[in-house]
Design a protein around this ligand. Structure first.
Ligand SMILES: NC(=O)c1ccc[n+]([C@@H]2O[C@H](COP(=O)([O-])OP(=O)(O)OC[C@H]3O[C@@H](n4cnc5c(N)ncnc54)[C@H](OP(=O)(O)O)[C@@H]3O)[C@@H](O)[C@H]2O)c1
Length: 376
């Protein structure tokens, strides 16, 4: 595990107490892992190769992350060391740090499933990328650090017109949006797509891809008037604020009894059920997430009555099950962005030492579009 290897002997906040504040009473330091606003730092060199770098670490589940100095380890023949510039914040990171994600990591670990950066060093067997190349990475975890070592298969080259900032916003959100709309729902030009949590990272990516790549019409559903407004600015044809009343009734007023052709749902619970009831004959609903925290049961009679298809999407699973189409979804996102056909919306950029604030920003429903950590 990249971040655990060669960790500083002392947790950084202990270093600060020992070196800078020798008088700090043992019983009540005002800094440490439980007080993320006072960010720990220790520049003490330790054995290892190269310079130390900072990383966010989950040392205990359901506790704030801590920032530590870690020593780099050598790259293996198939690996690449990347100087990370931006790392995307995802629900998957937050759930992993609570021990609630489907993929479990051994403690301590550095979260961060997607990043952009520049190649610093390559292993002896690596020929696809070279030092200085700009890349996006999907390392599984470990992206919330100034450096990340990952298998070369987890990297994709960034085309020249795409900035490192934009590139970091593409992998998970646009990979998922492209997969949900194209591969799962087989969305056709002119069809109507209803997207929930429409002002979130995935929601805005769905609007972008549906309108600008697939020529579909989008109804954006979100939890506030401001979020609805943003979704409209980003290409949705109409919007519904589902905190104000029935989503099904509001959609019915927009499209009549016919219903919508496709639903991409990120919320779950009652929002999912109302969206399901908004579908047209031969409609398709894609279950992408449960941001609202409730997993609904599907009334199977609804599927039968209107010949509806309900399907799930776990985008990351395609990496193991069908790598070529997984990789194609990323290459497509990068290519669309290079051609100026899509444009990711970055709502907020936090510094590494603000990682706990960034997590709160997302869980408190304050975020719009992609939230990034800047490592520079
Ligand atoms: N299956 C996959 O492969 C895959 C891939 C990417 C993401 N996802 C999932 O999709 C969901 C959305 O991801 P995202 O990256 O787009 O997240 P995001 O940008 O943080 O957006 C999440 C949105 O969900 C809505 N929401 C409703 N109830 C919420 C609650 N109790 N707490 C927090 N948010 C709530 C909020 O919008 P409103 O205020 O408008 O309701 C919020 O803006 C997550 O569940 C994520 O795990 C799944």
């Amino acid at each position: 595990m990249a971040a655990a290897w060669g960790r500083c002997v002392s947790r950084a906040w202990l270093c600060r107490r020992d070196l800078s504040h020798p008088q700090t009473p043992k019983g009540g330091p005002s800094f440490g892992p439980n007080n993320p606003t006072l960010v720990p730092l220790c520049r003490t060199a330790w054995q290892g190769c190269g310079r130390n770098y900072r990383a966010a670490l989950c040392t205990e589940l359901k506790r704030p992350l801590v920032i530590e100095e870690v020593s780099p380890r050598p790259v293996k023949p198939h690996e690449v060391r990347v100087n990370v510039h931006f790392c995307g914040i995802n629900f998957a990171d937050i759930l992993a740090c609570r021990g609630q994600y489907q993929e479990r990591h051994q403690l301590p670990f550095t979260p961060g499933i997607e990043f952009s950066g520049m190649v610093l060093e390559t292993g002896t067997d690596v020929s696809m990328v070279k030092e200085g190349d700009r890349v996006i990475g999907l390392p599984g975890f470990g992206g919330m650090a100034e450096e990340c070592i990952t298998d070369h298969k987890n990297l994709w080259q960034i085309p020249e017109k795409v900035s490192l900032r934009e590139a970091a916003a593409l992998p998970v959100s646009y990979g998922t949006a492209i997969f949900a709309l194209e591969h799962r729902a087989c969305t056709q030009p002119g069809e109507t797509v209803l997207v929930t949590a429409a002002a979130g990272a995935t929601g805005l990516a769905v609007i972008d891809v549906a309108t600008n790549i697939l020529q579909a019409k989008v109804i954006a559903a979100a939890g506030s008037d401001e979020k609805c407004q943003l979704a409209m600015q980003r290409g949705a044809q109409s919007s519904v604020n589902y905190s104000r009343g029935s989503l099904k009734e509001a959609v019915g007023k927009l499209v009549g009894t016919g219903g919508v052709n496709v639903v991409i749902d990120m919320v779950g619970g009652d929002v999912f059920l109302e969206a399901l009831r908004s579908l047209a004959y031969e409609g398709r609903i894609v279950v992408v997430g449960f941001a609202g925290g409730t997993i609904a049961s599907v009334p199977a009679n609804l599927l039968l009555l209107k010949n509806i298809a309900a399907m799930g999407l776990y985008w990351g699973r395609y990496r193991h099950q069908n790598f070529p189409i997984f990789s194609r979804s990323l290459s497509s996102a990068l290519q669309y962005c290079q051609e100026g056909r899509i444009q990711p919306h970055i709502g907020e950029v936090f510094k590494l030492e603000e990682v706990n604030d960034a997590f709160l920003h997302v869980t408190q429903r304050k975020s719009t579009g992609k939230v990034l950590l800047s490592l520079k």
